[in-house]
Write a protein that binds this ligand. Structure first.
Ligand code: CTP
Ligand code: CA
Length: 225
């Protein structure tokens, strides 16, 4: 048993974690992507696994070595991530959507490498909102945790997103902060539910993963009072 008594508090849970950023092809050699490294999602997968959960990690391209004993499903595009998540979510008792899913994809994917011929305009189409679909298909008792990357008005934007998306909780990252977030090993966040906002100050992503899971475990317990 570790100092915080977390040892196997996720035993019996099946935790589906999405991680990393998705990539949307422009042509055979180029894509639209984002700065997500996958570190936060991989840390969550590892932490959940070590606390006794069975873990399904659905990951966009990432340089990271997948944590041991997690089932890993590798995807590239938002549409592939959507397919994988919808395919596996029925098994999950907890869904944690840490992935940075592309909001847009190019309307046309060139079959050949595009040539430089002066200015050009890209037309982008919105991707499907995976989290919204997960909420629509949720089973009773299934916990759904979203992430939100915000650069301004974190709490207000986060609260609005929580309500709009209909999730149990949202982890709000402040991606405007120096030295934290994206590729960093450090991160701070706010764990937001309909009734609480818990400040999780900057710490290692692995520790933050355990703190987030502490809050998830807390949501599982029947409310006292
Ligand atoms: N998300 C998703 N599918 C998308 C876009 C986002 O499932 N196509 C999920 C992310 O995995 C995250 C949550 O939605 O858990 C919030 O992501 P975020 O980018 O903060 O929210 P959006 O709804 O995309 O709003 P915006 O980017 O406009 O702030
Ligand atoms: Ca988005």
């Amino acid at each position: 048993l570790n100092a915080l008594g977390r040892s196997h508090d996720l035993a019996g849970e099946v935790v589906l974690v999405t991680a990393g950023g998705t990539r949307e092809a422009l042509d055979p050699v180029r894509f639209l992507g984002n700065r997500s490294s996958g570190k936060m999602g991989y840390a969550l997968a590892e932490a959940a696994q070590s606390r006794g959960a069975r873990v399904i990690l659905i990951s966009g391209p990432s340089a990271l070595y997948p944590p041991a004993h997690c089932e890993v499903v590798k995807v590239t595009t938002a549409e592939e991530m959507r397919g994988a998540v919808l395919d596996r979510m029925a098994e999950a008792t907890v869904v944690i959507k840490a992935a940075a899913v592309a909001d847009y994809r190019p309307s046309i994917v060139a079959g050949q490498k595009m040539k430089r011929t002066g200015p050009m305009t890209l037309e982008l189409l919105p991707t499907e909102d995976i989290l919204a679909e997960v909420v629509r298909q949720r089973r009773p008792g299934q916990l759904i945790v979203g992430f939100a990357a915000e650069t301004e008005n974190r709490l207000e934007n986060g609260r609005a997103k929580l309500l709009r998306k209909g999730v149990d909780a949202i982890v709000i990252n402040d991606v405007s902060r120096e030295g934290a977030g994206f590729d960093s090993d450090l991160n701070g966040a706010t764990f937001l539910t309909a009734t609480t906002a818990i400040d999780l100050p900057e710490m290692s992503k692995r520790k933050l993963a355990d703190r987030i899971l502490d809050e998830v475990v807390g949501l599982r317990r029947p409310q006292s009072l």
